[in-house]
Design a protein around this ligand. Structure first.
Ligand code: ADP
Ligand code: MG
Length: 224
């Protein structure tokens, strides 16, 4: 069953001579429980596509069906609901709050849940431990290496425990060993909990873990 469907998605940035066609009539069908890699050269539209899937950006035209529902990009409240409950996102540049501790960054998306503080802390702790950064929980983000920040960003996404996880180059700041550890975690979430996961990557090791790899160029698929 399809959990994500895009039809004819177009997105341009800028105007006149500065106009960039970031996405040109993109179609996509993702089944529940798929683990997918998206690859392609820098600037080909991968992040734009992932941002639209995560309802962080809006397309100029086309439709998006998420879990059978037509996503209305004009409804801001509806979109924040999608972001909070349906889809979690690992940002390419981490998007962590520098002034906060590791624990407070991971707790942030859980703040809007109707769960007790203890439950929220337990969930955050579980994923900090899983990603081997529990010992860093009281540190501030600017005290961490790039690889450690990446693992905080991944923990923050995982602790939302959504059905769909979108990750924009989640191993970009990691060495091979740590990239494999991250992929083992994504794979186990995929296999054991049937999570649907889409990963934008330049790393062929990451793509090897995935069921399907889609290649993009100039805002289009080059094979599917
Ligand atoms: P990728 O993630 O594959 O590197 P992006 O989706 O970030 O590519 O970008 C696709 C194209 O859209 C690029 O040409 C990029 O410069 C342009 N672009 C992306 N975001 C913006 C923006 N906010 N404003 C203007 N141009 C943008
Ligand atoms: Mg990108």
């Amino acid at each position: 069953m399809s959990i994500l469907t895009l039809k004819n998605i177009c997105k341009t940035y800028g105007k006149g001579n500065a106009k960039v066609n970031a996405l040109n009539n993109i179609d996509l069908d993702v089944n529940k429980g798929e683990l997918i890699a998206i690859m392609g050269p820098s600037g080909c539209g991968k992040s734009t596509l992932l941002n639209i899937l995560g309802c962080i950006d809006t397309p100029d035209s086309g439709s998006y069906f998420l879990d059978g529902q037509d996503v209305d990009f004009k409804k801001i409240n509806g979109l924040s609901d999608v972001r909070n409950h349906k889809v979690s996102f690992v940002f390419q540049n981490f998007a962590l709050i520098k002034e906060f501790t590791v624990m407070d960054n991971v707790l942030l998306p859980l703040k809007f849940r109707k769960t007790s503080k203890k439950q929220r802390t337990d969930t955050a702790s579980k994923y900090l431990k899983e990603l081997d950064i529990w010992s860093l929980r009281k540190k501030h983000i600017n005290e961490l290496s790039g690889g450690q920040q990446q693992r905080v960003a991944i923990s923050r996404a995982l602790c939302q425990e959504t059905e769909i996880i979108l990750a924009d180059e989640p191993t970009g700041a990691l060495d091979e060993e740590n990239s494999k550890k991250i992929m083992d975690i994504f794979c186990s979430l995929n296999k054991k909990l049937n999570k649907t996961i889409i990963i934008v990557t330049h790393n062929p090791i990451v793509a090897d873990y995935c069921d399907r790899t889609l290649h993009m160029k100039d805002g289009r698929w080059i094979d599917k």
